[in-house]
Design a protein around this ligand. Structure first.
Ligand SMILES: [Ca+2]
Ligand SMILES: [Ca+2]
Length: 211
C-alpha cells in the first residue's frame, strides 16, 4: 500500500512540480540527437556494471550472490547482505529470468535490448513499476547509514559502489533534482523510474556516468 501511495505521489510530483524543468535544465550530451537510442545506451551500461566476470552476460550468480556480497562489504552488515540477497533472488525469478534465452547462461545486453518494444511494454505494467520502486527504496535504505531519510555524498558514493561506479560531484548534482544538497527518497525513485523507462537521457547516470 505504501508503495502504491508513493508511486502515485511520485507520478503526481513528476507531472505537477518543476521536475520537468529541472531535468531540462540538466541536459546532457546526446540529448540533441533524436535518433540516439538512449534507452539502449542506459541498459547496455547496466549490463556492463553487472557483468562482473566480463563474459558479456549478467548471470544469476552475478546478479544475486555477487551483488549481495558487494552490499555486505560496503555496508559491513551481514543482515543487509542477506536482505539484499533475498530481494535480488526474487527479482531474478520474477523478472530477469524471463529474458534468458538459454537456461544455463545469463542475459546479454542484446538479449534484453533486442526486444525493446516488448520489454518497454512489460516495464510500464503496474506490478513491474512497484518492483522498480521497491528496488530504488531498497538501495536507498541499504546506504542511508544514519537513517535520516536522505543520502549525503558519502552515502550516495556507497550506493554507486554497489554498481562499481565511481562517485563524482556531477552525478550527485544530477540526482539531487531539487538542489538541496541531499538525495531524498522521491528523487531516488524518480531518477530510477526515468532511467528504467525513458528513451531520453533522463536519469541516465543512475548507475554511474554513462553519457
Ligand atoms: Ca543519510
Ligand atoms: Ca535533493
Amino acid at each position: 500500500m505504501v508503495i502504491y501511495c508513493l508511486l502515485t505521489s511520485v507520478f503526481a510530483a513528476t507531472l505537477m512540480s518543476g521536475f520537468t524543468r529541472v531535468i531540462q535544465d540538466k541536459k546532457m550530451p546526446g540529448d540533441h540527437d533524436p535518433l540516439r537510442d538512449n534507452w539502449g545506451v542506459k541498459w547496455r551500461a547496466f549490463f556492463k556494471h553487472m557483468d562482473m566476470n566480463g563474459d558479456g552476460k549478467m548471470d544469476e550468480n552475478e546478479y544475486v550472490n555477487m551483488t549481495a556480497a558487494t552490499v555486505g562489504t560496503i555496508t559491513k552488515s551481514a543482515e543487509k547482505e542477506e536482505k539484499m540477497r533475498a530481494f535480488l533472488k526474487e527479482n531474478w525469478e520474477r523478472w530477469w529470468k524471463s529474458f534468458m534465452k538459454d537456461a544455463s547462461f545469463g542475459i546479454s545486453a542484446d538479449d534484453f535490448i533486442s526486444t525493446e518494444p516488448k520489454t518497454r511494454e512489460k516495464m510500464v505494467d503496474i506490478q513491474h513499476l512497484v518492483m522498480e520502486v521497491k528496488w530504488a527504496l531498497m538501495l536507498f535504505e541499504l546506504v542511508d547509514v544514519d537513517v535520516n531519510d536522505s543520502l549525503n555524498e558519502t552515502e550516495y558514493g556507497n550506493y554507486l559502489e554497489i554498481f562499481r561506479a565511481p562517485f563524482s560531484p556531477d552525478i550527485f548534482y544530477e540526482a539531487d533534482s531539487n538542489s538541496d544538497g541531499s538525495i531524498d527518497k522521491s528523487e531516488m525513485v524518480i531518477n530510477e523510474l526515468s532511467w528504467t523507462i525513458s528513451k531520453s537521457t533522463d536519469g541516465a547516470d543512475f548507475y554511474g556516468k554513462v553519457l
